[in-house]
Design a protein. Structure first.
Length: 362
């Protein structure tokens, strides 16, 4: 039986062109190499899973390649990786400094990648300062961290800093589509959309979630199955809740919420999703803002139809009610009652008597 390789490793980018969502940084690094304008100390900072270590490895390989980009030649003897989380003492840094003095046997540079550099002790940072400021001509340091604020200013001032951004939902979804096609997996676009949103800007997390849902769904990913596996409330739930709200069906609103609880969903997630749903309906009212809604055309049409049943004022009020419930949820002593009250208030927005009172008041 062939050993399974997780997608995050299997599809790890081998060239800068393959890196997802960091085009500004990859272009800068490529130009710096081509124009011989690369700093000897670089700091890659940003959230987890966005390509910091990957870009460091690609850079380490590329600067030793003369005029070509061959993914099979990795110059492994020239690249040294140190995990600062487990090698954070002064002694570890001194051993590193001793190695730095020795020139490379092949290629032009020796590259030192120090991951999670913020974990170094204060004494280790200070021992590293002089070498970082004046390294030998053959040495290049690439530091990577998720917490730049923990690095002392004297280190920061000696590095060229690259801030990696979170991967956008659209970029993550497009990359997942390519991965799925390469594995002959069919999918609904909305299914990959959920995975991209759930990953929260981290491509590695998106690929890990993708592996998990493929194990559950098999070779066809449907929106319903992925939502069930990831324990996400799908848009159908919120469309039904809003339909009950539009016709002032308070009993159905309360029964619907009870069913959501019975299915094991977090009530706070339901409330947050409700706010987002009303925001999406507001977005659908205007053709100019319609592109802000990142769902398939079929779902977009459902949102547009429902959005026309509510006025702009009603949607703003609904957003305020749901948002207030969200803000008060943590401090409430009776959280279920708080959400039920929120649903009853939402159900009253379109009631004829409520509308009449508003007219009289104005």
């Amino acid at each position: 039986m062939e050993q399974f390789v997780v997608s995050a490793r299997k599809y790890r980018p081998q060239t800068f062109k393959d890196v997802v969502g960091q085009q500004a940084i990859t272009n800068t690094l490529v130009n710096a190499i081509e124009n011989n304008h690369l700093a000897q100390a670089l700091l890659f900072t940003g959230p987890r899973g966005v390509g910091k270590t990957t870009c460091a490895r690609i850079l380490a390989r590329k600067i030793n390649q003369v005029g070509y980009d061959d993914p099979t030649e990795d110059f492994a003897f020239n690249v040294f990786e140190l995990d600062a989380a487990s090698n954070n003492s002064v002694e570890d840094i001194r051993n590193l400094i001793d190695q730095v003095r020795i020139p490379p046997q092949t290629g032009q540079y020796k590259v030192y990648i120090i991951d999670e550099v913020h974990m170094l002790s204060s004494a280790a940072f200070n021992a590293f300062l002089k070498t970082l400021e004046e390294p030998p001509k053959h040495a290049i340091f690439i530091l990577a961290t998720t917490e730049k604020h923990k690095i002392i200013p004297t280190i920061l001032s000696r590095c060229q800093i690259f801030d990696f951004k979170r991967i956008t939902v659209q970029d993550a979804k497009e990359h997942l589509m390519e991965v799925a096609k390469s594995q002959n997996i069919t999918f609904e676009e909305d299914a990959l959309q959920i995975i991209a949103q759930k990953a929260d800007g981290a491509m590695r997390d998106a690929l890990s979630i993708f592996d998990r849902v493929v194990s559950y769904c098999g070779n066809h990913l449907t929106y319903k199955d992925v939502a069930e596996n990831l324990n996400v409330l799908d848009y159908d739930t919120y469309l039904k809740v809003t339909d009950s709200m539009i016709v002032n069906d308070l009993p159905q609103l309360l029964l619907g919420f009870d069913d959501i609880l019975a299915r094991g969903f977090d009530p706070h997630h339901f409330v947050m999703g409700l706010s987002s749903h009303f925001r999406n309906l507001m977005v659908c009212r205007n053709p100019q803002t319609l592109e802000l809604l990142q769902v398939s055309d079929e779902v977009k049409e459902q949102f547009k139809i429902q959005a026309q049943k509510l006025s702009q004022a009603q949607l703003i009020e609904a957003i305020e009610i749901a948002n207030t419930c969200d803000l008060n949820y943590r401090t409430s002593q009776n959280q279920r009652l708080l959400i039920e009250l929120c649903l009853m208030q939402l159900g009253s927005i379109t009631h004829p008597e409520t509308e009449k009172k508003k007219v009289n008041f104005s």
